[in-house]
Design a protein around this ligand. Structure first.
Ligand SMILES: Cc1ncc(COP(=O)(O)O)c(C=O)c1O
Length: 463
């Protein structure tokens, strides 16, 4: 108190203890006591006089996000032939971000539309966007749409959709205690953080076989059978991140059969529809199959990758009620509660990316051009997969490299271990996550051979 008053009124403090008085011995003792008091109180209150509760001791420094740390290290590396295989964003053959031609076109049209303004969207988002997003993911002819038992809210990209879904399940799932959400091992790192933040218990199911570098199907099925009935199972709809390994359609059917028997709730995360295979219908197959099977489920949908709208945060969250007499009433209740959650979290979603996506999704001509752009991106990635495998096999690099072409989408789980990844970075200036994942989009005809040479050298050196 004394200290803060002195700060507020320095003239008052100086008149109480004149500076000249400090030379006399009696006032010097007072001065020392005052100094001690000041130092003690500034220790307690902070040097500017305001008490700090959030001291460094109270709030430990968080570890740096590994992916963003990797990006920073790459940017700061002056080596000319450095290779960035870290971040999950598409790059063209010159390692540059690619604005989809159809997005440029839609952007131009929006820019020149005199009727547009910067008003708020509604809480659930741009209606033309959410209805088109819904059709894209479950299919225009879906029984869920026909029977009015699906609701959709526009979200802050896929991350926001996963979060909104997680929050809804944590708050409204009637089971007590709350059911556990099962995540694939491994999964997109943010899943763990998001579901922990909303307070859902987390467990994992086996997914990747280090031996085959493919799906550990038996492990996955066994874990689903062993998981309690009513558990929530997070499923990557296609192009699994980080492994690039997807179940076959036959395997999806078996997964659905077990989940139906165990009354488990599918939570689909779809961040790569159309980007994975170049075919929007094929990449949505698993979700549509589960809907046809009558599951009650939810879907978090991202338009970051398939539209290249990374920074515009364009996504949607869908909830599908199981068929039944009260399904459409249930979905109205669910939509109303989701709107309340959305209101308290973001109030209303951002307009710009949704306008672009909506323009393309609702215009048959632009839609066809988008499909062409999707084929351009997925085709280049597939070409890089074939090229990398060929380069490694040509060099006789120890091990099998068949998985590079059997995996799909943005990522490949190479099977390279942490030590090999470290050597690749230190010696070859190749940047990738330490679990051995590479972003295939980071490869191009200019660096493919260099990367293959680096992998070949490191694998030989360490085996
Ligand atoms: C599996 C998965 N889900 C969700 C997302 C969300 O991405 P965004 O929030 O950029 O749409 C990503 C992005 O990498 C992802 O890989």
């Amino acid at each position: 108190m004394t200290n803060s008053r002195q700060h507020q009124n320095p003239s008052h403090s100086s008149s109480t203890i004149p500076p000249s008085a400090s030379s006399s011995s009696s006032t010097s003792a007072t001065g020392t006591a005052r100094d001690r008091l000041t130092s003690l109180s500034s220790h307690i209150m902070g040097s500017n006089g305001s008490a700090s509760v959030f001291t460094p001791a109270a709030v430990a420094a968080a570890p740096e996000d590994p992916l963003f740390g990797l990006m920073k290290a790459y940017r700061e590396d002056p080596f000319e032939k450095k290779v960035d295989l870290g971040i999950g964003a598409y790059r063209d053959n010159n390692a540059k971000p690619w604005i989809l031609p159809v997005v440029k076109k839609a952007d131009h049209a929006i820019h020149n539309d005199p009727t547009l303004n910067h008003e708020y969207l509604s809480i659930s988002g741009l209606a033309e966007f959410t209805s088109a997003a819904q059709k894209l993911v479950v299919g225009a002819e879906s029984p869920a749409i026909r029977e009015k038992r699906i609701c959709t809210l526009q979200t802050i990209s896929g991350t926001g959709a996963v979060h909104l879904g997680g929050l809804f399940l944590a708050k409204f799932h009637p089971a007590q205690p709350k059911p556990t959400i099962y995540l694939s091992n491994p999964t997109w790192a943010n899943h763990n953080q998001i579901f922990t933040n909303v307070g859902l218990p987390i467990a994992t199911y086996p997914y990747f076989s280090a031996k085959t570098k493919g799906l550990d199907f038996d492990g996955m099925i066994g874990a689903l059978q062993a998981a309690p009935t009513g558990s929530i199972i997070l499923l990557h709809a296609c192009a699994h991140n980080p492994t690039g390994v997807d179940p076959t359609q036959e395997q999806w059917k078996q997964i659905a059969a077990v989940m139906r028997e165990r009354h488990q709730f599918p939570f689909f995360d779809t961040a790569y529809q159309g980007f994975a295979s170049g075919d929007l219908v094929r990449d949505a197959w698993a979700i549509r199959y589960f809907v046809e099977q009558g599951f009650e489920l939810c879907v978090a949908q991202s338009f970051a990758k398939n539209f290249g709208l990374y920074g515009e945060r364009t996504g949607a969250f869908h909830f599908v009620s199981a068929p039944g007499a009260d399904a459409s009433t249930a979905i109205q209740h669910i939509a109303s509660q989701l709107a309340i959650l959305q209101r308290s979290e973001i109030s209303n979603p951002p307009a710009y990316g949704a306008r672009i996506a909506s323009k393309v999704l609702n215009d048959p001509q632009l839609f066809a051009e988008w499909e062409e752009d999707l084929r351009t991106m997925s085709g280049r990635i597939q070409e890089m997969r074939r090229g990398l495998r060929e380069q490694l096999e040509k060099r006789g690099t120890p091990g099998s490299w068949e998985h590079i072409t059997s995996q799909i989408g943005m990522f490949s789980f190479t099977g390279l271990n942490e030590n090999q990844v470290k050597i690749l970075r230190d010696k070859w200036h190749v940047y990738m996550t330490k679990n051995g994942r590479i972003s295939m989009a980071g490869l191009n005809t200019n660096n493919l051979e260099y990367f293959a040479e680096a992998v070949d050298s490191v694998v030989r050196e360490t085996s």
